[in-house]
Design a protein. Sequence first.
Length: 193
Amino acid sequence: MNQGGFAPILLLIGILIIVLVGGGIYYYQAQIYRSATPTSQVSKTPRPSTQTDETANWKTYINPVIKYTFEYPPDWKLTEQNLGPATIANLDSPNSTVSIAVSATRWFDPGGCGAPCPKPPTVTFTIKGKKYTAIEDAKPNSTSGKVGVALLNPDFLPAGAILINTTSAELQKNMDVIQKILNTIEVDSATGN
């Protein structure tokens, strides 16, 4: 055996061992240093919302007899109409282009149209996460140009009715606020309504 041939191999193995041990010590020291160094923590503090609840300043209507309530914009005008068994809360938009009548008792019956009766146009509302289909008058009132949209016996207002009088254009323009009003309707379940 020639020992001169093993010398370079042993030297190479020695250098490799020194590099590995030195690298391991360096890595270990770096890990200790990182764990000892305080790191800045980024905390996500919730920002105040720039979005405001536009219904926060709305007024509240309370029907003392049938115990239903709803909220409406402060610039809308509220009047009550007593029709015997039904008290109707009438809401009018500031420019009177939209009127909403709400009652926990149905005070009208959509009249017959003669035979054959055409299928009336409908409008869909999403109220409390559920879709409701309301019946729209087939043709506008000849004087006001307004149509009536009737939502009869919705489950959030049992035995009740909502009648919206407006033009088709104003209905679409004001659909957001109308749906917000309808979404605030609550009935006291203790009254059985």
